[in-house]
Design a protein around this ligand. Structure first.
Ligand code: NAD
Length: 714
């Protein structure tokens, strides 16, 4: 038997211990050992009952992700075969669940005839989060134990339940307070003493609240409303309906059929890609995983503005004390009040306890000078986006901070190397580019300067995970990964306005495609002054870089978006709902007329192509330049920082699907694919110049004459 499974017999109880760290994934090293142990126990006349247990941390996290998509994952005995064996056992089998039982892990526990659990255990079938459904009888067994309503709730949300809730639902027979294994053995002995044999879930019937037809019709209507086109929840409903109306084996067949449909679908492919992509981001080829990290026990944040406040919250949320530094007391008071207001709003919604808010607020200190933070392990600068201001701060930090402190900047566009260069310790300097609101957004671009030490990078990545972000490494360039790409997207959105679209049409088209919001609504949210400042810089630095100036017309009027109550849209006081503004339509029309731009009808498909390919092209360039470590890191930046739809591939029937599926390929392959998807007439890579084509649209207002044709990427 493999080392991953330990088998012993204690007082007539066979004990099967699973030992496949880190989460007891049910891989090819574990499954044969479990099956063999069950055979042994069944054949041994001295054994009266069986207990199966994992580690204190994990009963089992389900399938072993290291074996995903390998022949090992389907090697016999498979989990369904083990479940069938459990159903055939003549002796009762008890699952002793500690830590968590998730996915296949819970299906293994559901194959057992009884379940006991440690108090803090989490139980769940989260497959829906990967766009699939529990494929080893979970959809048939769970409703037979907890009823159709609760089973649907658990499986369509993927949320876990605690041991106590599991007990209330009948999923857990006993919560064991002390030693779990001892408790489970005692429970098994009690079963034997009471003459209780196997209690097979397959023999139970599903409890449905009310008339089954009406129940499932109502459930279907609700899921259709809430699942936003994702197919897995509806397929799960179909399985539960089968569990309630068909014999167990027929229901299992239905489960397999529906599982197969989902596994082949684009949504689940995209969600699984995302699952693995997230795990890849922390793998840095020249920074081994065992690189020693520096201790981070105390942090400081310079600047208590929008970002400084959010960054501080992210830290204190996980118990890291933070001192915020400002130039004036009023700014500190304002920053602290904003944080308190944010927490209070979460408390009022019942999502945070008042004591927890008080605990977090107590972790925040304030100071007016750098001296107070000299012992911090990391300091994150979040002041105005100006090189002279940032360099001045880094000179001061260099003078006061203890040796070995990490000096981080939250700059969104500036050169991290130029900031590091003013210090005597550039190896300790790194970029930590948070996204707004920093306490909410999961993305953290970790900008590796040319001198950044490996342990500084490893420590910052680990800190990023600790504060529950998705840290993605970026090289130094203007805008790093995300903002460099979004600039091309924004640029294209302005061209679309020039050529005949309204802001509403542009936004609606990409939103229907799946983006969380359109580019103009996003501009209003971020502040139109930010993009305007960048463009003004571009006009000086890159006169060859063509931009429509229609956006400048809006910003010149002081219309900076939500913060001024008007931008591309109008906002009523206290509302973030964008309302169309006839004045904006007039500004756009005047701009077109003054610049001799002829308009035409532009389809939604063209809008989406031009916007998404603008992202794709810049992403390809970023890969080729080595700014991003891998294609999937770019995906994570867009998924976690920019509202890119996880299931884009499934939602659109246009060639943009290529963008998604090819994004994760090596860049050359990717760029070829993208070129194919864009069509041969289009320029798809920065370094693949377009063929000269007649230009139907020129904008004399630009410094250079614009020469893009319909749908062509400039
Ligand atoms: P902000 O204007 O809201 O806050 C900046 C704060 O820094 C102000 O409170 C100011 O008083 C303080 N400050 C300025 N100079 C200082 C000094 N010498 N010492 C101490 N405090 C000083 O700006 P923000 O939006 O929080 O942006 C801060 C940084 O984060 C910028 O580099 C910005 O580019 C970057 N960033 C912003 C966003 C965003 O969406 N706002 C997103 C990512 C990154």
């Amino acid at each position: 038997m493999s080392d991953a499974v330990n088998y012993s017999v204690r007082d007539g109880i066979a004990v099967i211990v699973m030992n496949n760290p880190p989460v007891n994934g049910l891989g090819s090293v574990l499954r044969p050992g479990i099956a063999e142990s069950m055979h042994k126990a069944e054949a041994d006349p001295a054994v009266q009952a069986i207990v199966i247990i994992g580690s204190a941390k994990a009963f089992s996290g389900g399938a072993d992700i290291r074996e995903f998509n390998t022949p090992k994952s389907t090697m016999s005995p498979t989990l369904p075969e083990i479940n069938d064996m459990q159903d055939r056992l003549k002796k009762p089998m008890v699952a002793a669940i500690g830590g968590f039982a998730l996915g296949g892990g819970l299906e293994l526990a559901l194959g057992c005839h009884y379940r006991v659990a440690a108090p803090k255990t989490q139980l769940g079938l989260p497959e829906v989060k990967l766009g699939i459904l529990p494929g080893s009888g979970g959809t048939q067994r769970l409703p037979r134990v907890v009823g159709a309503t609760e089973a649907l709730k658990m499986m369509t949300t993927g949320n876990t339940v605690t041991a106590d809730k599991g007990k209330a639902l009948g999923l857990v027979d006993e919560v064991v307070e002390g030693d779990l294994l001892e408790g489970a053995i005692a429970y098994a002995k009690k079963l034997v003493a009471e003459g209780k044999g196997p209690r097979r879930i397959r023999d139970l019937t599903v409890k449905v609240d009310g008339d089954p037809q009406a129940f499932f019709a109502a459930a279907r209507a609700q899921i259709e409303k809430e699942s936003r086109g994702y197919p897995a929840p509806l397929q799960i409903l179909g399985c539960v309906e089968a569990a309630a109306s068909l014999p167990f084996d027929e229901g299992r067949k239905e489960e397999r059929r529906r599982f197969g449909i989902l596994v082949e679908g684009n949504e689940s492919k995209a969600l699984r890609h995302m699952f693995f992509a997230e795990r890849q981001t922390s793998k840095i080829p020249d920074v081994p995983e065992d690189t020693p990290v520096r201790r981070i026990e105390r942090a400081a944040v310079i600047g208590a503005g929008t970002m400084g406040g959010g960054i501080t919250m992210s830290m204190v949320n996980v118990g890291i004390p933070v001192t915020m530094v400002e130039m004036k007391q009023e700014a500190l008071d304002r920053g602290l009040a904003t944080i308190a207001k944010n927490y209070a709003s979460t408390v009022s919604k019942g999502r945070l306890k008042q004591e927890e808010m008080d605990k977090r607020m107590a972790l925040i200190g304030t100071a007016l000078g750098m001296e107070a933070i000299k012992d911090a392990d990391i300091v994150i600068e979040a002041v105005f986006e100006r090189m002279d201001v940032k360099q001045d701060i880094f000179r001061k930090l260099d003078a006061v901070m203890k040796p070995g402190a990490i000096l981080a900047t939250n700059t969104s566009t500036l050169d991290v190397d130029a900031i590091a260069a003013v210090t005597s310790r550039p190896q300790d300097v790194i970029g930590t580019h948070f996204f707004s609101p920093a306490n909410v957004m999961r993305l953290l671009e970790v900008v590796r300067g040319k001198a950044t030490a490996n342990d500084v990078l490893a420590t910052t990545m680990a800190l990023g995970k600790k504060i529950k972000k998705v840290p993605v490494v970026s090289g130094v360039c203007d805008g790093f990964i995300g903002n460099r790409m979004i600039e091309k997207y924004g640029q294209q959105s302005l061209f679309l306005l020039d050529e005949g679209c309204s802001p509403q049409q542009v936004d609606a088209a990409v939103q229907a495609w799946g983006m969380a919001m359109g580019p103009l609504t996003m501009g209003d949210m971020a502040g139109l002054d930010i993009g305007w400042e960048i463009r003004k810089r571009r006009y000086q630095e890159r006169p060859d870089f063509v931009y429509s100036k229609v956006g400048d017309r809006i910003a010149e009027l002081g219309r900076y978006g939500q913060k001024t109550g008007k931008g591309w849209y109008l906002y009523e006081a206290g509302s973030r709902k964008p309302l169309p503004d006839p004045l904006v339509d007039k500004i756009i029309e005047d701009y077109r007329r003054e610049n001799g731009i002829k308009t035409r009808a532009i389809s939604d498909a063209e809008i989406v192509e031009r916007l998404i390919y603008a992202l794709v092209n810049e992403g390809a360039a970023i890969l080729e330049e080595g700014i991003a470590l891998r294609a999937s890191d770019i995906d994570m930046v867009y998924l976690t920082g920019y509202g890119f739809p996880p299931t884009a591939a499934g939602r659109c029937s246009m060639p943009a699907r290529w963008a998604w599926t090819r994004w994760s390929r090596p860049s050359r392959d990717f760029s070829r694919a993208t070129r194919a998807a864009c069509g041969s007439s289009r320029r798809c890579l920065k370094n693949s110049p377009p063929k000269a084509r007649p230009s139907p649209i020129t904008t004399p207002g630009s410094r250079a004459t614009r020469t893009h044709t319909r749908g062509e990427l400039p």
